[in-house]
Write a protein that binds this ligand. Sequence first.
Ligand code: FAD
Length: 510
Amino acid sequence: MSWDIECDVVVVGSGGGALAGAYTAAVSGLRTVVLEKTALFGGTSAYSGAGLFLPGNQAEARAGVADSVERGRTYLRSVLGDTSDPREAARREAFLTTAPAVVEFLERDPAIEFQYYSFPDYYGVEGRLPGGGHIVPVPLPSSALGADLLARLRPTIAAERNGVDVPRETLGGGQALIARLLLALTATGNAELRTGAAVHTLVTDAQGGVAGVEASTADGPLRVRAARGVLLAAGGFEGNADLRAASGTPGSSEWTMGPRGTNTGEPIEAAVAIGAATDLMDQAWWCPGLVQPDGSAAFFLGLRGGLFVDAHGERFANESLPYDRMGRELAADATRRIPCHFVFDSRERGHLPAINCVPGAKPQQYLESGAWVRAETLDDLAALIDVPAGALRDSVERFNGFAKTGVDEAFRRGTDEYDRYFVGDNPVLVPVDQPPYYAARVVLGDLGTKGGLVTDPDARVLRADGTAIEGLYAAGNTSASVMRSYYPAPGSPIGTAIVFAHRAALHMTP
Ligand code: FAD
């Protein structure tokens, strides 16, 4: 086998986990090659808010937030429960003890800085930190990144999907995370970054360990040898309809929030082809998806009033639940709830009473496409969305009664810190009584699948018999998540991706 490039570490993908892993390797002196399939760096991580759940870190401490590893341990135990699987217990412990350490490690680089940003944990259980323990990268002037890297940084979701003209002078959220990691990584002088290189095969040595990768590029095949190891941090398979169907993953590749043409799971399949085990393949980081005029779905949250009704015209959950929990409510009774409808009235003059992640979208566009319908009476609205009129009337009447008393006797909406987070002084129980009435179609969206390769606490990829495949590591949505079937707190996807990519790189470092 002849190699086109020889290096120490190959990192597949360029989201937050991939670049944190690549940086860890490169700054430790390892020659590192990053292979990104698309023309742009950042993946879904670039679309994200880049909130990070890393309990007990120094950025929280600087803001005077009393968080700790022990608090994180208690909280995760409350949400996930105790595990009888020693490997899972060790992974969880590795996450907890590495979380503050990785922030300290990254912030040693002048290009990387985080700040605390209050956002509630998603479960009201023991160990929840009031106000949440969540950090984000400090926004960065794009001039610091330079024109070349800026041109190769994936834009925001609003800019890329909806053509909204988002100013780029200052990069925030996921843009800032990827930009800062790119700056730090390139400054090491040990990294080569390639776009347009889609890894499809893991090349093994005589002992069955991984020696390198094979990718396809516009110039033909590219073979890269990795003397120390290959880190697969190439997202999930949310964009792969066939693999979703085969894995029984609810939702749809049409409704995922992942950037089009990115995460279709070839790296997971390549690892399976050499004996890797998978787990949690039916899981994703869920969210309700607001159907868009083009049939795709948008992540929406922060509801000010309104109610969800199922195909029977009945409420089924606290509409203000954290998005993953609401997604799980939708999936729990898919035939009745996907699609469901968000019913609201005209008190916001035809606008959705919610934080809408599509800033430029106009109600008229939704109405014209049929994604929303409008009617003067609830009975007419019921006919338009094909639910029993009496049931819809009853649901709205009962909901309005709760709005009057301020107590949601059915689902306790508004009682949790998270329910009220986005609405300021506005109650979340607002009567729906100002015609015309609207119903917006809602489906099951996701922020990426999170089933994938089974890994150990150092992110080494394991076979079904529990042995490690030498030289192969996985992190982020390419791996089966340490958070299992929960999304405990904001920042869980990228926080865990960064921790395990960092641990993988440390394990590869002699
Ligand atoms: P990605 O970031 O998607 O990166 C994967 C990369 O690998 C892509 O660039 C892809 O092109 C590349 N790739 C795929 N296949 C190959 C291949 N064969 N060869 C080479 N490269 C390949 N999570 C949080 O933790 N905090 C938040 O604040 C947050 N906010 C969000 C907001 C929005 C609007 C959305 C949509 C998501 C949000 N999420 C958030 C979820 C989070 O962004 C994703 O789950 C996470 O970024 C996935 O990280 P990853 O590294 O696994 O994959």
